[in-house]
Design a binder for this molecule. Structure first.
Ligand code: PTJ
Length: 268
């Protein structure tokens, strides 16, 4: 159990819970110290969004679910922040859309790769990819470009949450259809993506899963129509507009969703 207790009625419950998960990720050797900085940057954008899933992000999450269900070989890329924040939720999404999970790190070390694979397996994942590292994303220096040839290397659709711009661009250049989760609409990664999701990963992943379950019986034509109706530029512009026009609240709004109570602070 964690030694930190946060009352669920605390106005910033979701934000505090997220911070503790990231801290614990660092302590367990899952998350890099740079991951703490990335989280801080994300939080600032989430604050401007009102710490909620805006309508255009929900539409992106539905389009992402449809795109993953249409894919021949979808892969969900997991880095140190994703593993710390939504381990059980990303495993549930992989099951819902029949995708592979692959650990793919910006700051790749064998220890951290292994720790993240173990962590995902503790949350129910099987056959997690990434350790083989026999493939390459062209144009990136060695460790950052290392992938599994039969994982991200062979994928047609890749979910890349909290990705750095260089790798997002390089993956897109490989012809992958990219779904990016990133709270900063001005970042290169969502601007490169076919489907940019401007939302906090802790809300985005469970919501994509919910849409995927809802669309489980949809025909390919229906799924294709959802993807075709989605406009990436409009979604980015809408998120930026909300951030520019939004009011600083100071406290999480009433409709801000807390992480599910069955996802403990620490497993552990
Ligand atoms: O575990 P590794 O080695 O693969 O490293 C992962 C990080 C995230 C450290 C690495 O990819 C990195 O440095 O990323 P950047 O360039 O800081 O970009 C991260 C992006 O994710 C930024 O645009 C943040 O605003 C955004 N972000 C941070 N936290 C969240 C987020 N987006 C959604 N949900 C979050 N919780």
């Amino acid at each position: 159990m964690s030694d930190v207790e946060i009352p669920e009625d605390h106005p910033r419950y979701a934000s505090l819970l997220t911070r503790h998960r990231i801290e614990e990720g660092v302590e367990k050797g899952i998350t890099s110290r740079q991951g703490l900085i990335a989280q801080g940057r994300g939080e600032a954008f989430d604050y401007l969004l009102g710490e909620r899933t805006i309508d255009s992000a929900d539409a992106a999450e539905r389009a992402a679910a449809a795109q993953l269900l249409l894919a021949d070989h979808p892969v969900l890329s997991v880095n140190g922040n994703v593993a710390a924040l939504v381990p059980g939720e990303i495993v549930a999404l992989a099951e819902a859309v029949d995708a592979d999970l692959e650990v793919n790190l910006f700051n790749r070390t064998e220890e951290r790769m292994r720790a993240i694979v173990d962590h995902l397996e503790e949350h129910g994942a099987e056959n997690v990819k990434g350790l083989t590292g026999d493939g390459e994303i062209p144009g990136l220096e060695h460790a950052r470009g290392t992938v599994d040839a039969d994982g991200i290397g062979a994928a047609d659709v890749v979910l890349v949450p909290l990705e750095d711009g260089d790798r997002a661009e390089a993956l897109a250049e490989m012809g992958k259809t990219e779904i990016v989760v990133d709270l900063n609409p001005g970042s290169r990664s969502p601007q490169t993506a076919a489907i940019p999701i401007i939302d906090n990963i802790i809300r985005a992943v469970p919501n994509v899963t919910e849409h995927a379950r809802d669309l489980a019986d949809a025909t390919d034509e229906e799924l294709r129509a959802i993807v075709d109706d989605f406009d990436a530029d409009e979604a980015l512009a809408d998120a930026e507009r909300v951030m520019r026009e939004g009011e600083f609240g100071g406290a999480a709004p009433e409709n801000a969703e807390a992480p599910s109570p069955d996802a403990p602070l620490a497993d552990e």
